[in-house]
Design a binder for this molecule. Structure first.
Ligand code: ADP
Length: 246
């Protein structure tokens, strides 16, 4: 397998004496669809929070490409290091068109915001176009984002995250509230996205995980209980006892 793009070593997140993350060693590899599963309260969201600096690690090391230490950086600095997160609720600009939303995401990356009238080079136009094709929103590019279906809003936000050109994409339950058709489309999109970068996803839907996972990490009480393919996860006796309840 390829080298780690991100490595957490002995990370603790202590909330007034309660360790939501407890001495966690965790590795993220490129070109993988990597799911994090586990019971409620296992520390999955806190793991994403600590990677993107929404929450600070109390102790421990978070290293990007085995050199750059991230644990003291701010959320903005983390984005500039190539780690972008999509939260569960869409944070798109509802009153702007799909294409305007993508242009804003590109301007944020290039620090041009709020110079809305900046002229685009052909290369930039091409990139926006490719992104619209990738997420399947080309036909609705001039529609207001607020008028899109639930799945389309999620894909738009994934596209906005990708405009930041991240090496690592963090996703929080990306298929929540989606129809079967939207879930399938999202699964295929995630598989494509992972061809060029690492994708780490917190997910509760085991059927979805089973279908699209390259790696599954099972968290329990702030620690990594097990890691492997979904088949290995399902056959592990400890996981079955602690999590799957059989
Ligand atoms: P999961 O996403 O696996 O359900 P979380 O990472 O959200 O779990 O939470 C792990 C544990 O840490 C839970 O017991 C939760 O109540 C606790 N926790 C999360 N955030 C905070 C916080 N800001 N202050 C105190 N406890 C927290």
């Amino acid at each position: 397998m390829s080298q780690a793009v991100l490595k957490l070593k002995k990370v603790i997140v202590d909330f007034s004496g309660f360790k939501a993350i407890n001495q966690l060693d965790f590795t993220v590899k490129p070109n993988c669809v990597h799911f994090v599963i586990g019971p409620n309260g296992a520390g999955k969201t806190t793991l994403l929070d600590v990677i993107c600096a929404k929450t600070k690690a109390t102790t421990g090391e978070i290293k990007l490409h085995s050199t750059k230490e991230l644990s003291k950086l701010s959320e903005d600095q983390i984005v500039h290091q190539g780690i972008s997160r999509k939260f569960q609720a869409p944070s798109i600009f509802q009153n702007l068109s799909v294409i305007d939303n993508l242009e804003i995401a590109m301007k944020q990356k290039k620090n041009l915001f709020p110079m809305i009238k900046a002229k685009w080079t052909n290369e930039q136009k091409k990139k926006i176009n490719e992104m619209l094709e990738l997420v399947g929103l080309k036909e609705v590019q001039d529609q207001l984002a607020g008028s899109l279906a639930h799945g389309q809003k999620q894909w738009l936000e994934i596209a906005m995250v990708l405009m930041q050109e991240p090496d690592i994409v963090l996703l929080d339950e990306p298929i929540a509230g989606m129809s079967k058709k939207e879930r399938d489309k999202t699964g295929k999109l995630i598989t494509k996205i992972a061809r060029d970068r690492a994708v780490l996803i917190v997910e509760h839907d085991m059927d979805f995980v089973k279908e699209y996972a390259d790696i599954v990490s099972v968290m329990h009480e702030g620690q990594l209980l097990f890691e492997g393919s979904m088949e290995e996860v399902q056959n592990d006796p400890t996981v079955r006892e602690v999590y799957l309840g059989r």
